[in-house]
Design a protein around this ligand. Structure first.
Ligand code: 8X3
Length: 257
């Protein structure tokens, strides 16, 4: 039976590793034995995390990178001969306004970071993933990539695009030694997601999780990503949807108020 190669000495690149799901995933993959490469724009954050992981006996390096800067992404890719895992996590939401009044600049930024960021890293690293003989691309999308909700259109559109990118890539590279996994989390309470969406308005951000007994944590998602990545090579977890028990759909959430 085919099995996943040992994580030891395999490289896992994680984008958006400065906080939230990205940082938690870098931690989990390092603990699973991967040599993790942390990328994000905020150098101080990823350097601190790389130091922490290294001091704990793991292999971790930080590489400051803006996923929307294609030239920088290509230069980054040039530093590797092979890569085992690419986790496309960088992205996020800006605004929660209706279509009638949403800011087109928010839509543009969300498309660039979530969609083109994933495209840039995937294109640049695909040959290195293939060269590893057993590569894995992870697209961290969202339940927003599967259905919509009022006020979400810009983010929902970007996440739908990521979902389509993952599905299409899987069709296009079938037969090559690269898996394409999509992880679609629902409500995850992180330090920054809702705060960024509402431009630093902590009251609005807190409302997102108000009365919800136990939203998912970044580590819950990281745990699922790491589980999916560490399945035997012939097992492709095409799409994993995870939500807190209190959330039945994007719009149906149980709140104890
Ligand atoms: C985050 C889920 O519901 O805020 O990706 O769009 S939601």
């Amino acid at each position: 039976m085919a099995s996943a190669p040992s994580a030891a000495s395999r490289i896992a690149v994680v984008t958006g590793a400065s906080s939230g799901i990205g940082a938690a995933t870098a931690r989990r993959l390092a603990e699973a034995g991967y040599r993790v490469v942390l990328t994000a724009r905020r150098a101080d954050r990823i350097e601190a995390l790389a130091k922490e992981l290294t001091e704990a006996g793991h292999s971790a390096t930080a590489y400051p990178l803006d996923v929307t800067d294609r030239a920088a992404v290509d230069e980054f890719a040039g530093a590797f001969r092979t890569i085992g895992v690419l986790v496309n996590n960088a992205g996020g939401a800006l605004g929660a306004d209706p279509v009638a009044s949403a800011d087109p600049e928010h839509w543009r930024t969300m498309y660039e970071t979530n969609v083109l960021g994933t495209l840039n890293l995937t294109q640049a690293l695909l040959p290195k993933l293939e060269a590893s003989g057993d590569g894995t691309v992870v697209v961290v999308s969202s339940t927003a990539g599967l259905s919509t909700y009022e006020g979400g259109a810009g983010y929902v559109a970007a996440k739908h695009a990521e979902h389509v990118l993952a599905e299409t890539l899987r069709l296009e590279i079938v037969g090559k030694p690269v898996r394409v996994l999509e992880i679609a989390p629902g409500m995850v309470k992180t330090d920054e997601f809702a705060l960024t969406r509402f431009a630093g308005d902590s009251e609005k951000a807190a409302k997102v999780y108000e009365g919800v007994a136990a939203p998912l944590t970044a580590d819950d998602v990281a745990d699922s990503i790491t589980w999916a990545v560490t399945r035997p090579s012939h097992v492709n977890i095409d799409l994993m949807v995870l939500r807190p028990r209190a959330q039945a759909s994007n719009t149906k959430v149980h709140r104890e108020l």
